[in-house]
Write a protein that binds this ligand. Structure first.
Ligand SMILES: [Fe+2]
Length: 302
């Protein structure tokens, strides 16, 4: 059955025509969805009542290898019992809303910073699939910004400046900027990864800025100068006209390309209302440098 896409923003993001992804298992449909992802960067599927197992199955049909969160003793203990399932909820292991001072809550607040998922890993995260379980009765949007448009709209001087630059991405760094503190052991687990600032989609040849609040430094640049460049690029890339704000409905599954977009959570009364979303992220296989130059040993996420 042909899949159609309805644009949700002048520049990117689309809602996909009605489809039951639990039953999609044919190459032709999966390729249409992949093409849609290459074009729109963010795809919204309505009425997808996934169980955790069905969501994992679909993610593997979509893109094969899954990004699993590793490391015992990590800040974000997995409530869902499978390291490939990302717990994007405000619930503690007992199923109660986390307190304001809960360490996991404070750690997760950094999701309100613009970022890409798992850019601090090698290979990095590619597609993220966020599925609703409980939608709160108040707005708790996820916002997306198109990094291909961000790149295209840079001036020629900046494009030339960043052409061959690389950045170090660290999830510890993005949280430290908010005052979150880590133990020595945690910091040792969270060494991060190095990636180019500009990526090219191997299928479409479109270029994209690959930036995030996780960037701690530009390789071979003085620290303050690199952080200022990062700040300038982040400000450019997240101008309001580049941003799509997704208002969640029951049954939504939103899939995005982490190499073509950034995203962030928006604040809501999270100590009052339950919000439960489950995320599965696939690994970036296509873009990984074959020489291993991006690898920092023992990089582990929480
Ligand atoms: Fe995220």
């Amino acid at each position: 059955m042909p899949v159609t896409f309805r644009k949700l923003h002048p520049l990117f993001a689309a809602e996909v025509s009605p489809i039951d992804l639990r039953k999609v298992n044919d190459r032709a449909t999966l390729l249409q969805l992949r093409d849609g992802m290459d074009e729109y960067g963010v795809l919204v599927f309505r009425n997808q009542p996934f169980t955790d197992a069905e969501q994992l199955d679909f993610a593997q049909r979509w893109d094969g290898e899954l990004h699993a969160k590793l490391g015992s003793g990590s800040v974000a203990k997995n409530r869902l019992g499978n390291p490939a399932l990302g717990d994007t909820s405000n619930l503690n292991p007992a199923g109660k809303i986390r307190d304001r001072e809960d360490r996991h809550r404070l750690y997760s607040l950094a999701n309100r910073l613009w970022h890409t998922d798992a850019s601090f890993r090698e290979p990095a995260g590619r597609y993220s699939m966020l599925s609703t379980r409980i939608v709160p009765p108040v707005r708790a949007d996820t916002q997306f910004a198109d990094m291909r448009v961000a790149y295209d709209t840079l001036d020629a001087e900046t494009k030339a400046l960043i052409e061959n630059l690389k950045a170090h991405h660290s999830i510890a760094y993005s949280r430290q900027t908010l005052g979150f503190e880590f133990s020595e052991k945690e910091l040792d687990e969270l060494r991060g990864a190095i990636h180019p600032l500009v990526l090219t989609n191997p299928r479409t040849r479109r270029r994209a800025l690959y930036i995030a609040s996780h960037i701690s430094r530009i390789i071979d640049w003085p620290l303050p100068e690199g952080r200022l460049l990062k700040n300038d690029l982040m400000a450019h890339a997240t101008q309001p006209q580049f941003v799509y704000s997704h208002e969640w409905q029951d049954g939504d599954l939103v899939v995005w390309d982490n190499l073509a977009t950034m995203h962030r959570a928006t604040p809501f009364e999270d100590t009052k209302y339950v919000r439960e979303l489950v995320r599965v992220t696939t690994l970036d296989i296509d873009y990984t440098p074959t020489d291993g130059s991006g690898v920092l040993p023992n990089s582990v996420t929480v």
